[in-house]
Design a protein around this ligand. Structure first.
Ligand SMILES: NC(=O)C1=CN([C@@H]2O[C@H](COP(=O)(O)OP(=O)(O)OC[C@H]3O[C@@H](n4cnc5c(N)ncnc54)[C@H](OP(=O)(O)O)[C@@H]3O)[C@@H](O)[C@H]2O)C=CC1
Ligand SMILES: O=C(O)C1=N[C@H](C(=O)O)C[C@H](O)C1
Length: 249
């Protein structure tokens, strides 16, 4: 495949290595100073976007307008999902999005849903999520934590939504939902230097705590998953997630 990288930061560079190791070619690199343009995408089989929450929607629009299959790993645009889905449908486009492209986290998503079904009848246990990431991360809570929260909320009749809390809130960008209300699941966002991505789910009672955790040791899993998604979407139309790519539905 001939691939355009949209965003050439920590993830873009990691994805480039995986693309080359699997025999693909990087034909363009869009960044803040050199954004997507027509010349860059000429002859592209796919574009892989790991950019920023503020640029991703414009990038998606551009790729759909030019009929380029898009793999979107950028987080922080959940509230625009319906608009993007409508655009993909109207333009008969192709897009795979995921808050986390790693195979391990997608298995963890399934485990989280199954565990929440098991725990729901036991009111003495209170579920909560902690996510830990590097200090350069622009969004909080992480997209992965939001997916995990939704996986729990859908199985808990008494939970209506999530909220984001942080002990070191000075380092965390303002969340759109950082005030606790009734019946909300707590997501604690922690920022520490160089952490690639850790997600911890706990069910606490006065007697004990049950927990499951996923810890990324490096960014290889995210990058490999995104490249597998780009290979998978060739000749397909529609909006998909990594669940579809891995047939985990
Ligand atoms: N879904 C998943 O599995 C994962 C998702 N992510 C998400 O991916 C995103 C990127 O993460 P990361 O690589 O760590 O971030 P970085 O800050 O390291 O890189 C961001 C890149 O985006 C570029 N950029 C900024 N504006 C534009 C624009 N208008 N057009 C194209 N590129 C632009 C930056 O350009 P410049 O170099 O000029 O500043 C930079 O190269 C984040 O949203 C993160 O949450 C991260 C890991 C896994
Ligand atoms: O910004 C990151 O680094 C990561 N972002 C994704 C998220 O917001 O969930 C995925 C991963 O945890 C790394």
């Amino acid at each position: 495949m001939k691939v355009v990288l949209v965003g050439y930061g920590k993830m873009g560079k990691e994805i480039e290595k995986i693309l080359i190791s699997r025999g693909h070619e990087v034909i363009g690199k869009a960044t803040d100073v050199n954004p997507l343009n027509k010349e860059m995408i000429a002859n592209a089989d796919a574009a892989i976007d790991f950019s920023t929450p503020t640029s991703v929607l414009e990038n998606i629009d551009f790729l759909l307008a030019h009929n380029i299959p898009a793999i979107v790993g950028t987080t922080g645009w959940n509230s625009s999902y319906d608009k993007v889905k409508t655009s993909v449908d109207e333009k008969n486009g192709a897009l795979v999005h995921a808050s986390n492209f790693s195979i391990g986290v997608n298995l963890f998503f399934k485990l989280n849903e199954q565990l929440s079904k098991l725990m729901e009848p036991y009111n003495e246990y209170t579920p909560s999520i902690t996510e830990i990431h590097h200090t350069e991360k622009l969004d909080a809570p992480s997209g992965t934590a939001i997916t995990l929260a939704n996986g729990i909320i859908q199985n808990y009749s008494q939970l209506e939504d999530w909220y984001c809390a942080s002990e070191n809130s000075a380092t965390i960008p303002q969340s759109e939902k950082n005030t606790k209300k009734e019946n909300q699941l707590k997501i604690e966002a922690v920022r520490e230097p160089d952490v690639k991505g850790t997600h911890l789910i706990e069910y606490k009672s006065n007697i004990d705590t049950l927990s499951i955790q996923h810890e990324a040791h490096n960014r290889t899993g995210f990058a490999l998953g995104a490249v597998i998604a780009a290979e998978w979407i060739q000749n397909k139309k529609g909006i998909f997630t990594m669940k579809d790519v891995l047939q985990l539905s």
